[in-house]
Design a binder for this molecule. Structure first.
Ligand code: NAD
Ligand code: TYD
Length: 352
């Protein structure tokens, strides 16, 4: 049997595929459109792996997706493909509606058509796992309890609204058509292969290049941080044991303000790669204009996943962040290739 992973050349998708093939010989078909965020270099270590097949294509191409499902006898789809950056969604929401909502609708329809024609045992064991975000729940004040799976949906950005819509479609395909779906809503991931438009990789690279470390507003916004490999293990667990139709929150139990995140990162860099002038990287921290509609706090209550499926993250924020910084220091070629691409234009638009 084989799994189909959409968005497999992106940050989390590529970590998931590498992780999967690191511990299984079950074949993986990776589908990715290779947008600005998709980087085939993330999967280059699998070039000679006979269990991995990469296909460049759009999740919205129903014929392509259906053909892949049939050709490879797919037993599960892990759906990561999306437009994922909040700031980009503010500058241009159209791609988010197209990919996250219409794209997910098209994938669901291809999957439904394939699933309908399976024999009964295959139909029963088939899974569609939809990867979503805690941002669909909206913003919390400092005293509120963390998001549980029952928290109302209150998305505030075009990105989170588009993900919320996709979650609703997935839910409806379960209730209406019986498609065996699972949904995970996770917090902010960080780790290897993270595109440097997001806070942590952006600040690592800016720090090393003697550039400002941009903190939006007062830097007191809170996120829960999840090391990407812990996210991968959670998805594997949900796929294996999750109850169909259910939602599982995935979090790292690591609430930090953005300022704390960047200060911790600077302290790790000060230790691992001290500046020649003896100063701290923290001196590069610069407060910049806030993001419009910036959500104040996200916090994930991941206790359902622990209670029902026995999953807990392995990394603390400090251990995960140290691994991440070391990865970036050791992967200069990957960094140079990413930085020399389209990303440059984005940086000009966002920070000029
Ligand atoms: P990413 O932007 O790094 O990767 C997305 C991938 O999807 C890219 O490789 C891109 O080329 C591909 N893609 C985009 N449109 C496509 C299309 N039409 N057809 C096929 N492929 C397409 O995103 P990520 O950070 O890896 O996030 C993966 C998933 O996890 C997303 O659904 C995102 O909403 C969710 N998520 C991410 C985070 C996070 O912290 N990164 C947190 C919660 C949830
Ligand atoms: P980001 O990595 O874009 O993830 P998300 O918006 O999905 O949570 O941002 C994480 C937090 O860091 C968020 O509160 C916005 C903030 N941020 C900055 O302060 N400066 C930056 O340059 C970026 C990209 C983000």
């Amino acid at each position: 049997m084989t799994i189909l992973v959409t968005g497999a050349a992106g940050f989390i998708g590529s970590n998931f595929v590498l992780d999967w093939l690191g511990q299984s010989t079950e074949e993986v078909v990776s589908l990715d459109l290779l947008t600005y965020a998709g980087n085939l270099e993330n999967l280059s270590s699998l070039n000679q792996n006979p269990h991995h097949h990469f296909v460049k294509g759009n999740i919205g191409d129903r014929d392509l997706v259906l053909t892949l499902l049939k050709k490879h006898d797919i037993r599960a789809v892990i759906h990561f493909a999306a437009e994922s950056h909040v700031d980009r969604s503010i500058h241009g929401p159209g791609d988010f509606i197209e990919t996250n909502i219409v794209g997910t609708y098209n994938v669901l329809e291809s999957v439904r058509s394939y699933w309908n024609d399976l024999d009964e045992p295959s139909k029963k064991s088939f899974r569609f796992l939809h990867v979503s975000t805690d941002e669909v729940y909206g913003s919390l004040n400092d005293k509120a309890s963390a998001f549980t799976e029952n928290h109302p949906y209150e998305p505030n950005s075009p990105y989170s609204a588009s993900k919320a819509a996709s979650d609703h479609l997935v839910r409806a395909w379960f209730h209406t058509y019986g498609l065996p779906v699972l949904t995970t809503n996770c917090s902010n991931n960080y780790g290897p292969y993270h595109f440097p438009e997001k806070l942590i990789p952006l600040c690592i690279l800016n720090a090393l290049n003697d550039k400002p470390l941009p903190i939006y507003g007062d830097g007191k916004q809170i996120r829960d941080w999840l090391y990407v490999k812990d996210h991968c293990s959670a998805i594997r667990e949900v796929l294996k044991q999750g109850h169909i139709g259910e939602t599982y929150n995935v979090g790292g139990w690591n609430e930090k303000t953005n300022l704390e995140v960047v200060e911790t990162l600077c302290a790790i860099l000060d230790e691992l790669k001290p500046k020649s002038d003896g100063k701290s990287y923290a001196d590069q921290i610069t407060f910049v204009k806030d993001r419009p509609g910036h959500d104040r706090r996200y916090a994930i209550d991941a206790s359902k996943l622990e209670r029902d499926l026995g999953w807990r993250p392995e990394e603390t924020f400090e251990t995960g962040l140290r691994k991440t910084v070391i990865w970036y220091l050791e992967h200069e070629t990957w960094v140079n290739h990413v930085v020399s691409g389209e990303y440059q234009h984005w940086v000009e638009k966002q920070y000029s």
